[in-house]
Ligand binder design. Sequence first.
Ligand code: SF4
Ligand code: SF4
Length: 138
Amino acid sequence: MTSRKIVINFPKDLIDRPIVYKLIKEYDLEFNILKASITPDSEGIMVLELMGDKKKIDDGIKYLKDQGVKIESLSKDIKVNWDKCIQCGACVSICPTEALYISDRKTMKVDFDAEKCIACELCIRPCPPRAIEVHYTT
Ligand code: SF4
Ligand code: SF4
């Protein structure tokens, strides 16, 4: 099971069609709607998290594109807001890639190496002051 976040932008004539529903029925995918809106010129924009088998996600995305839906992948970056961080170290033991690490053993200063981060989000919840943030970009 894998997941992928996408932004889908569909034209007026597709708004009433159950294209997203077909992703569940025919491609065996689960999804979360993270955001949905209809713009003034009646285009629909939806941010979806698709979950399921990788190949089925690819096939489902191909199906959407074949229907005339524009798709953009949403990538995410993890950032630490150092103004909020209280240097408690709770994230360090949780991070599977050592992207969050102790950079100074004497002061136990916590640091972040973005190159090592795989954006798994395991560190988000355990951070008491919510100093770790997810930023999405297309
Ligand atoms: S998102 Fe995952 S890999 Fe990145 S810093 Fe947090 S726990 Fe580590
Ligand atoms: S858990 Fe949050 S507050 Fe604690 S060291 Fe990590 S980023 Fe800083």
